[in-house]
Design a protein around this ligand. Structure first.
Ligand code: FAD
Length: 281
């Protein structure tokens, strides 16, 4: 089979890459470990997929190389994302802080945009393929994989590794890209959890569990950054958008602050309560 490129991984990145290559008249094959493409897209945004943000800027991304982001954003703007999805029937509706979700559709429809376009342009997405390693050849790449317990390989002049990050191995996540980068002598920045809830253990555990289900608008900050969004008390600790955000800037042992009354003075709040509801409270 002759293809211009092999793409490893049929997640958001691999699928978009296959579509864009198709628009340029390039033939690719996408190799995917799972039995279906787009597993993580399907669970994104609670199954509704927050597919872009109207106010996204390069400064909001955590990167050792801001120039890479500037160039990416220049080549594919937020407006491009909105127009792309609109073209294929996904109209955006802002939920909060610029987050766009499909108005009357969900994450499954987002995956379908990609899979339908791949089908139309005859870009093959081959599932149940576990890529084991890649060899560089004189005129490209040889990708070795296991399919149905058989060792196989495929060659192409170009290779795209879109095998994603480490979270949620149950959904197909592997350290393939990280291993590849290590084996090829690239500088590796230590990985750390990001956009995750926080588990509270020890003496405060029960206190947090008692408040489980309550969501409060807060300011969550550390020396580096501050976010104003909701926090959610859970049975195991803290979640909600503000906690997910600060988790990317927090490391074990460090401190961050939660202000439960942002832009309000506690004394004024108590005084007001006394005046209006004093005897009842
Ligand atoms: C609960 C949750 C909610 C989220 N909600 C949102 C949201 O609303 N909006 C948003 O923008 N982002 C959201 N995200 C983040 C978003 O899902 C990811 O950033 C995005 O899916 C990453 O896409 P990717 O293509 O880089 O990687 P992935 O989606 O992880 O795709 C990589 C693919 O490569 C395959 N693969 C890995 N190794 C191999 C191998 N060796 N051989 C073959 N295939 C392999 C995997 O099976 C996988 O399908 C959410 C994430 C989670 C966990």
């Amino acid at each position: 089979m002759n293809v211009d490129a092999i793409i490893i991984g049929a997640g958001a990145c691999g699928l978009m890459c296959a579509v864009q290559a198709g628009f340029l008249g390039k033939k690719v094959i996408v190799l995917e470990k799972n039995s279906k493409p787009g597993a993580k897209i399907l669970i994104s945004g609670g199954g509704r997929c927050n597919y872009t943000n109207q106010f996204a800027t390069t400064e909001q991304f955590i990167s050792e190389n801001p120039h890479f982001l500037k160039s990416s954003f220049k080549q594919w703007t937020v407006e491009d994302s909105i127009t792309f999805f609109e073209t294929y029937g996904i109209i955006g509706k802002e939920k909060t802080l610029g987050q766009l979700f499909p108005l009357d559709k969900n994450a499954k429809d987002i995956v379908e945009v990609f899979t339908s376009l791949c089908e139309e342009m005859e870009q093959e997405i081959r599932c149940n393929i576990d890529v084991k390693d890649v060899e560089q050849t004189a005129d490209g790449f040889k990708v070795n994989y296991v399919s149905g317990e058989k060792n196989k390989s495929i060659i192409a002049p170009k290779l795209v590794i879109a095998s994603g990050g480490l979270p949620i191995p149950k959904m197909g996540a592997t350290d393939f890209a990280l291993r590849f980068a290590r084996n090829h002598g690239l500088n590796i920045i230590e990985t750390a959890p990001a956009l995750v809830p926080l588990t509270i253990t020890g003496k405060d555990e029960d206190w947090y569990a008692q408040l489980s289900g309550n969501s409060v608008f807060c300011e969550v900050s550390n020396d580096e950054i501050s976010f104003e969004e909701n926090i959610l008390f859970t049975h195991w600790g803290l979640s909600g958008p503000a906690i997910l955000q600060i988790s990317s800037y927090w490391r074990r042992g460090e401190v961050f602050n939660i202000n439960l009354l942002p832009h309000q003075n506690i004394i004024d709040v108590i005084d007001d309560e006394r005046k209006t509801n004093g005897r009842n409270q």
